[in-house]
Write a protein that binds this ligand. Sequence first.
Ligand SMILES: CC(C)(COP(=O)(O)OP(=O)(O)OC[C@H]1O[C@@H](n2cnc3c(N)ncnc32)[C@H](O)[C@@H]1OP(=O)(O)O)[C@@H](O)C(=O)NCCC(=O)NCCS
Length: 150
Amino acid sequence: MVCRKAILEDVEPLAQMIEEYAERGIMLPRSRKVLERQIDQFVVAEIDGRVVGCGSLCRLGTDLVEIRSLGLRDECKRMGIGSMIVEELIKEAQHQQIPKIMALTYAVNFFVKNGFSVVDKEVFPEKVWTDCVNCSKQNACDEIAVLKMI
Ligand SMILES: CC(C)(COP(=O)(O)OP(=O)(O)OC[C@H]1O[C@@H](n2cnc3c(N)ncnc32)[C@H](O)[C@@H]1OP(=O)(O)O)[C@@H](O)C(=O)NCCC(=O)NCCS
């Protein structure tokens, strides 16, 4: 298993994985065009040349990034791969000297196990002005906010 920065060749498997999760209401959809443009923000986990997981970082402000599009193929869950992707994203945020990393998630325990704390969504005003305005769940968001200082 390797965890590495994504390259353009990963767009197709990434698009398929994200599409499946978007249909289940767990992720926001990302078009292939957007993925191509934002490919530098993604990391992928690969087993025997096959992309089995991904995650991305989105800058929300001068000191804050958000983990987005984090997910694995169902058959690859609970093997530590999600934690490795988060570790890689944290390293990337550290490299960019960004001190705070957050996520909106249903997998709260997973993030707590990875050193995040549950926080009030209201502490992230920047978030409201980016993806949330386009989300169908905007006024009924039931995701939990988690934050880690790095
Ligand atoms: C959440 C997800 C990325 C976790 O990846 P993973 O590789 O299965 O997780 P790990 O094996 O690294 O798990 C580490 C710990 O987190 C906890 N955990 C794992 N998945 C969890 C989940 N879905 N919900 C709550 N806690 C979870 C477990 O306690 C686990 O430790 P254990 O196996 O020793 O009990 C993966 O389940 C997934 O793709 N889920 C669907 C998409 C999703 O919800 N993404 C998050 C959106 S921000």
